[in-house]
Design a binder for this molecule. Sequence first.
Ligand code: AMP
Ligand code: FE
Ligand code: FE
Ligand code: ZN
Length: 288
Amino acid sequence: MIDLHLHSNASDGTDDPADVVRLAAAADVTTLALTDHDTTAGWAPATAAMAAVPASVRLVRGAEFSTTAPDGRGGHVSAHLLGYLFDPAHPAIVADQERLRGERSRRIGVMTERLRADGYDVDPAAIAARTGAPVGRPHLGRALVEIGAVDSVGAAFDSLLAKGGKYYEPKADTPIADAIAMIRAAGGVAVWAHPWARLRGDVIEPEVIADLAGRGLGGLEVDHRDHEPGDRERLRGIAAELGLVVTGSSDYHGANKTIPIAAETTAPDQLEALLARATGAGVVTGGQ
Ligand code: AMP
Ligand code: FE
Ligand code: FE
Ligand code: ZN
């Protein structure tokens, strides 16, 4: 089984990167990708943990970039872009991820203050100290669970943290074409994560995918929990037409989401097509 989108507590998952590796191997995953938001901080501990898993397991190191995409109707939407096997020291990537993490802190700080002003006693220092990791709404959601304001992180997303709600503050994400260009310049492969996750907000028109395919987009994450069956089939057709790799992944976040590792998977030939396009970081094999 191949699962190409997992989060650790280097961003907004709840497991240590080493535990993500161990849990994936225990779940019979043969290739896993660590794709934390806007950071490569989990790469080193995940790589070290590979020594203790069987040689049949492979680790693809990546990240999920916070971007903004034209929606094809004159506006913009938030878009998550998976970058795989890029050189983590590439200056443009280092600078972009640093900027995005700063923007995340600013934004969560604003949301925290708004909540506190209304009597939700979440501790800003506790959230900031959490890891030094890029902070996101799931961190704030856990803090709200801890003070008993909501029952679960999911419930926090449905109420206090909802996009467009009283406490929501947007963040300034990177134009998706720029993110694709830097991932490619760093030898990586760019795959659009859950492009038609309609529950999260408006999504893009198919023409936008075609335009970005012409600018170096390498693949589409088609099989994802947030995609309906009809949309998956349409996306598969679009990918075939444009020569894009098709992936499927759990988007595992540990206890911050209910989805288990390998709930959605990628076909072996698609993984090989993806690996063939990468020249940045290497794949890590178990037992080494
Ligand atoms: P943010 O990037 O801070 O706006 O928060 C979005 C993050 O929260 C993404 O990584 C999602 O995976 C996660 N997320 C989105 N919806 C939910 C939900 N209902 N429950 C838990 N996590 C969610
Ligand atoms: Fe996340
Ligand atoms: Fe995402
Ligand atoms: Zn994700």
